[in-house]
Design a protein around this ligand. Structure first.
Ligand code: PLP
Length: 490
């Protein structure tokens, strides 16, 4: 017995749980149906299996308990705190799920004629309009399936814009604190990334920007607040410098949770911005997808949007007649049910509630960072926005690394923060509590973090061998990535 099964087995043994195939008893059933009242028909041998499928035979309560217990082995936001920086793991209200399961949304087909799906188109149109107004830009596409694909979409539109003007430019500037998807999107769109260094305050080095911003640079990808959780105070100046050379500016909007109802990217001079609906507007994303990464743009870039866009005339329509469009970036119209969830969230919060989200997120982050900065280390002092980055570098001389602290946190039932990102902070611990957590939860996290700091001095081995209470102990993360085992019996 190898791989995942062995791992599961180890834990299941510990918890006194059995594999589902082991609970199975011949003839046991999870359903009861009334007796036949129609003649029995034998299926021809030709269509039958040679041997019966090895399906477990168990009762309904057994199957429920089995899967409920399995679901609780992993961490998730409904279980406890999940302060994974940059990822905005906020609580996802269950009303979103109710809306996404309404048959009129869940059971429609993307090939249905427009006139039979007017409600769906209206929802998409209105969701797009709400998002567009939040950032104060002119047009929007809901098609990209994630933030990274939103980046790719927008930078491809930058390319189309310069092609239309018969200008050939080579580079896109990307700050050294940026998320890894930024340089990847630049490459995918046919440009080359050019690294823009940060200054001693963790912000864009404006002098360096002036030097690097030439007519060979198509634009800049800025994250604001940046990945250190710091607001780029010189954002207007930065955008003016790029525009003065005919460049375009992209806002990586993954950190929109800090800006809602407070700051509008369109007013600050951004030409394009993506949203991560699964982050800011609460679609579950702990397990990967599906997500959505709508992109809002200025009038100048609007003709290049992916087709179709949704327009409101007498009826809602899908508009394909856009000769300068970059084409489609995703099958059909994007991840529709994620848009239903985001729309529900937006409507529940209301326009008035938007700024409250960001204010709470900012307050929560500062409460944690200020409470822990003396125990750990804050490389860029001062207040942060919706997330903050501590460092464990002071623990290095006693042989403790950030990874050890992160793993020890798991023993207390909380997910670890993001580690070793952004790259410009050594031994980084990036904490994003989000707006949805209570002060009691924040206090519990702070208490645990202080306790771990004390343990580092008094009992470092407990950190080095952590986690102790999780289904599986410390993983070989390199091996896990290099030798993927995706089935149970490999
Ligand atoms: C999450 C994130 C992205 C990428 O978004 P995905 O939806 O995961 O593709 C890009 N930039 C930043 C700063 C992010 O936090």
């Amino acid at each position: 017995m190898t791989g995942l099964l062995a791992v599961l087995r180890k834990y299941i043994g510990k918890k006194n749980m059995e594999l589902i195939s082991e609970i199975s008893k011949p003839g046991r059933k999870g359903y009861s149906l009334p007796a036949h009242d129609v003649p029995k028909v034998e299926i021809s041998m030709e269509f039958r299996r040679k041997t019966a499928a090895a399906l477990p035979e168990i009762s309904e309560p057994q199957i429920m308990r089995h899967f409920v217990n399995l679901s609780a082995l992993n961490h998730h936001i409904d279980k406890d705190f999940y302060p994974l920086g940059s990822c905005t793991m906020k609580y996802n209200p269950k009303i979103n799920e109710e809306a996404a399961r309404i048959p009129g949304f869940a059971h429609i087909h993307p090939f249905q004629p427009e006139e039979t799906v007017q409600g769906a188109l209206q929802l998409m149109y209105e969701c797009g309009e709400s998002l567009r107004k939040i950032v104060n830009l002119d047009a929007i596409t809901l098609q990209p399936a994630a933030g990274a694909q939103g980046e790719f979409t927008a930078i491809s539109m930058f390319r189309a814009h310069f092609n239309k003007k018969s200008e050939s430019r080579t580079y896109i500037l990307v700050p050294d604190s940026a998320h890894g998807t930024n340089p990847a999107s630049v490459n995918f769109s046919g440009f080359k990334p050019l690294t823009l260094p940060s200054n001693e305050h963790g912000l864009v080095n404006v002098d360096k920007l002036k030097e690097l911003m030439t007519y060979d640079v198509a634009g800049l990808m800025l994250t604001n607040p940046n990945t250190l959780g710091l607001f780029e105070k010189n954002v207007k100046l930065i955008n003016d410098i790029v525009h003065a050379k005919g460049g375009l500016i992209y806002l990586d909007g993954a950190n929109m949770n800090a800006l809602l109802g407070i700051s509008q990217p369109g007013m600050l001079g951004f030409d394009a911005v993506h949203f991560n609906l699964h982050k800011t507007f609460s679609t579950p994303h702990g397990g990967g997808g599906p997500g959505a990464g709508p992109v809002a743009v200025t009038k100048t870039l609007a003709p290049f949007l992916p087709v179709p866009i949704i327009v409101k005339e007498e009826k809602y329509k899908l508009k394909y007649d856009m000769p300068d469009s970059i084409g489609k970036v995703q099958s059909f119209y994007g991840n529709f049910l994620v848009i239903v969830r985001a729309y529900t969230f937006l409507r529940m919060v209301g326009e008035q509630g938007l700024s409250q989200i960001s204010k709470s997120a900012i307050l929560n982050a500062n409460y944690i960072i200020q409470s822990l900065k003396d125990d750990y280390f804050l490389q860029y002092p001062g207040f942060c926005m919706h997330e903050g980055v501590l460092s464990c570098k002071r623990l290095k001389n006693i042989g403790i690394r950030t990874l050890d602290v992160a793993k020890r946190l798991l023993d207390f039932g909380m997910h670890a923060p993001t580690v070793y990102f952004p790259l410009i902070v050594s031994e980084a611990l990036m904490i994003e509590p989000t707006d949805s957590e209570s002060k009691e939860t924040l206090d519990r996290f702070i208490t645990v973090m202080k306790r771990i700091r004390k343990e580092a001095d008094e009992n470092p081995d407990i950190l080095k061998t952590a986690p102790h209470n999780t289904p599986v102990r410390r993983m070989d993360e390199v091996k896990a990535i290099k030798e993927l085992k995706l089935t149970w019996n490999q």
